[in-house]
Design a protein around this ligand. Structure first.
Ligand SMILES: Cc1ncc(COP(=O)(O)O)c(C=O)c1O
Length: 450
């Protein structure tokens, strides 16, 4: 066994060397990207670091296997070992989320949402999701995605305190009678009341889909309520808070064995055939292996502690930036997200993103609900930035280090000039000071395993 695993590692090492032989410049790009990741403060809310074991799974020769179908029901021979891999992933997913049903094959969360939506609502049917501009996701009914193009959509938003307006959601649901209500967000920093969403869905006979892509780790760690038994179906990606490979999961709890409305088929059977053969072909076994490992790691005490840090660090970031005069959306954060409103500053979210990147801090520009840059109502530029604490928490940063991050962000934003990406400039003294401090922090708190 030792011998065979060392051969497997030889294969990976040889593969890395061979990339350089095939195209040395390409290898240099890959190496530079690895060095970049280690030497910047990655504070993108939708990102995290995959552990080396997760990375290794994605380079395995299981990529050679065509395995259309499901364990023990494949369209091809030679799948005995990959069956075991997929079974472990399913078991781990069900265990960690306390779900009755798990499908580990979806290629992404968007694909998972697409599969669930088309399975439970006919094209042209009515779905209800959160506005993109309030913090919803593209696949929750945005006009530029399948969900807004192929379905009719009723959109809900936030109240004046930037909280989900549940009464309004109920009012809209009673008025329009959607077939499915989608909850779950992309740029919302508060807990979600899944129970209330289910009550609303039940009142109008709608399915409830909970997309927990952003908060799946907080759910696993018990820091946020689990939607598994409230929603008919729950989806998540595996590459944000699960620290896994790019990919998606479809989960279901107590409704898994109930019948689909008006059909003689259970929810889990419907979803199973919707993933394959309806929407996807052969599964990506390497990704599934990596999901299995990521889900296993998510059961550790270390992971739970990291999730606690994720929440604590976001609060520190929130308070520190607020004390430095920045407007932050909502009166607090309960997850990993801090949404900074720059609408009253002379710079937009795009300029802020660029300025911070020049100083080694990676965030993303983000719209701020009902806010425009400098009150310019015709501007399509995002008025804020979204900052996330997954990455710095994986780096085990202390409270003091997180305060330093907040101070650096404030310093850069306060010393950035220029109203557009072309004219944007950070004062040199601040830029070099922050670049030095980022380097120090990255050395003091390396990415585990990198
Ligand atoms: C709530 C939510 N759902 C789905 C997605 C899409 O995930 P994927 O990249 O796996 O399609 C995102 C990505 O940002 C998201 O925030």
């Amino acid at each position: 066994m030792v011998n065979s695993s060392s051969k497997l590692s030889d294969l990976l090492v040889r593969g890395i060397k061979n990339i350089g032989d095939v195209n040395s410049e390409f290898m240099q790009v890959l190496e530079r990207e690895y060095e970049r990741q280690k030497s910047v403060l990655m504070m993108v809310a939708s990102s995290s670091y995959a552990s080396p074991s997760v990375l290794a799974c994605m380079g395995m020769p299981t990529v050679n296997i065509t395995a259309e179908g499901y364990p023990h029901a494949r369209y091809h021979a030679g799948c005995a070992e990959v069956d075991k891999i997929e079974e472990v992933a399913i078991t781990n997913a069900k265990q960690i989320f306390k779900a009755a049903y798990a499908n580990v094959q979806p290629h992404s969360a968007t694909t998972a949402n697409e599969i669930v939506t088309y399975s439970l609502v006919k094209p042209g049917g009515l779905i209800m999701g959160m506005n993109l501009s309030s913090g919803g996701h593209l696949s929750h009914g945005a006009s530029v995605s399948y969900s807004g193009a192929d379905f009719q959509v009723v959109r809900y938003g936030l109240d004046e305190n930037y909280l989900i307006d549940y009464d309004k959601v109920e009012e809209l649901a009673l008025q329009h009678h959607p077939k499915m209500i989608i909850c779950g967000t992309t740029a919302y920093c508060r807990k979600i009341d899944f129970k209330r969403f289910r009550e609303i869905a039940d009142k109008v006979g709608a399915y409830l889909l909970a997309d927990i892509s952003h908060i799946s780790g907080l759910v696993i760690a018990g820091l946020h309520e689990s939607p598994i038994d409230y929603a008919h179906v729950t989806t998540t990606c595996t590459h944000k808070q699960l620290f896994g490979p790019r990919g998606g999961l479809i989960l279901s709890g107590k409704d898994a064995k109930s019948k689909v409305f008006g059909e003689n088929i259970t929810l889990e059977d419907k979803l199973q055939s919707a993933v394959f053969p309806f929407f996807q072909g052969a599964p990506m076994i390497n990704q599934i292996a990596a999901k299995a490992i990521a889900l296993e790691l998510a059961g550790s005490l270390e992971y739970t502690q990291t999730m606690q840090r994720v929440v604590d660090n976001a609060k520190i970031l929130f308070n520190h930036l607020q004390s430095k005069g920045f407007d932050i959306i909502s009166s607090g954060t309960e997850n990993h997200i801090v949404l900074v409103d720059l609408s009253n500053k002379c710079i937009g979210g795009d300029v802020a993103e660029k300025a911070l990147e020049e100083c080694g801090i990676i965030v993303n520009k983000n719209g701020v609900p009902n806010k425009k840059i400098n009150g310019n109502n015709t501007s399509k530029r995002p008025a804020g930035i979204r900052i996330g604490t997954n990455g710095i928490s994986q780096r085990n940063m202390t409270a003091e280090a997180v305060q330093k991050c907040a101070t650096m962000i404030a310093d850069v934003l306060n010393h950035t000039h220029g109203a557009s990406l072309e004219t944007c400039k950070v004062d040199d003294a601040v830029k070099f000071d922050v670049l030095r401090k980022v380097e120090e922090l990255c050395q003091e708190f390396p990415i585990p395993g990198y």
